[in-house]
Write a protein that binds this ligand. Structure first.
Ligand SMILES: [Zn+2]
Length: 171
């Protein structure tokens, strides 16, 4: 490891996936079932404070961030329907369709809450052993609009437990 002095280094990796959702209790058209081509920007920093690089001069190799985060997104959110756990009506609908792939969220699946879930739950679980932490996650719903979740303070304790997509394919 090499010390970079007072300069903090971080990486940003872009990831894309497609998913459906609806916003429970939304006042307008976002209450309808619909989907987005999502883009995620994830920023990671070394867990020792971001002032160290490896012998090659990297925070971490970009390909590892892609492999871990996109691997999780492909398995769980890509081509899935994201449903808030309290949205019983939408849950019943996505369970009725065959084949189906859906992911039950602890919060309403807004871009804000998706960014928060990736930052607080997914990233610590899939990046933990790489010596980096996710500092910021942006979720782009359109080319014009994104929500940003930023880590405040230090991570304390173990990462929350990860949920997994429910896939039912009776074909
Ligand atoms: Zn939407």
């Amino acid at each position: 490891m090499h010390d970079t002095g007072s300069t903090q280094l971080s990486l940003i990796r872009q990831l894309t996936f497609c998913a459906g959702h609806r916003l429970y209790r939304h006042e307008s058209k976002c209450a309808f079932f619909h989907g987005h081509n999502y883009r995620v920007d994830i920023e990671v920093v070394g867990d020792s404070g971001g002032t160290e690089v490896d012998d090659v001069g990297r925070v971490v190799d970009f390909s590892l961030i892609k492999k871990r985060m996109l691997g999780w997104l492909d398995a769980n959110w890509d081509h899935a329907f994201l449903v808030f756990e309290e949205d019983a009506n939408a849950l019943a609908a996505v369970r009725m369709v065959q084949p189906t792939k859906y992911f039950v969220m602890p919060w309403n699946p807004t871009a804000e809450n998706m960014a928060r879930y990736l930052l607080e739950v997914v990233a610590p679980n899939v990046l933990g052993d790489l010596g980096v932490i996710a500092r910021r996650v942006a979720v782009w719903e359109t080319d014009e609009s994104c929500a940003v979740a930023t880590l405040v303070g230090e991570q304390v304790g173990d990462a929350p437990t990860l949920a997994a997509a429910v896939c039912v394919d009776a074909r």
